[in-house]
Ligand binder design. Sequence first.
Ligand code: GLP
Length: 255
Amino acid sequence: MKIHIFKTESEASEFASKIFLDHLNHKKNSVFCFATGRSPIHLYKNFVLNYQKNLTDWSKVVTFNLDEYVGYNGTEKNSYRKFMNDHLFSKININLENTYVPNGIGDLEKNCFDFEKNIINHHGIDVLLLGLGVNGHIGFNEPNTPFSSLTHVVKLHEQSLKDHAKHFFNNNINEVPKEAVTMGIKSIMNAKKIVLLAFGETKTNILQKLIENEVTKKVPASVLQLHPDCHVICDQIAASKLTNTSLYNQLHFYN
Ligand code: GLP
């Protein structure tokens, strides 16, 4: 695991977006997996700016997304499909038919199966983006999710419901859907390269556990220690509780 610590979120996001854009410049039909939440917003802005300067062609790119709320059809204010359309897809020349967001309505078991099949049909994910839940979830893989899990339906933990109510649902926990469809831990770990973003005060404790503690199902993100090409990209605030600095000859400080 490589840990890249930047002074600010915007510098960190620029570095992260470069990983995707460099890949895209070498492979026009790159297969990416994207995340929602607050952490990737700067990164998507960089993609859009880059596209507007005519530097990138997204016409052959295929994207997957990590998760979606159960019961959402993609038009709701907080739907992850809508988030992706608003922040990125409507602003670049991507073919919407090549953008796969888990489907939270209808036959969920079949949706999960089809989602995994689509990943295989596109020969796997080249670069996958992750945010980090304050309880260590990645996608919506809550603590104690088996590391062998593929795309599945999950019940959101109390902590996630509270966080989502606070950040996206005007503090009204009753409005937060109680279930989601998420890529599993195995589906995530199968990606060739992983980029995880973590910014700000609320991520300090969990980032320390992810990087410095043992790999455990209790902290799903800790599994990333086992991935051969995982980049953790964070700001100095999120990194402020890392203690074991002697371990980090791979630590990268920029600026
Ligand atoms: C949600 C999403 C995750 C995301 C996480 C972090 O739980 N399901 O995919 O990574 O939030 O969100 P934020 O970046 O807003 O802290």
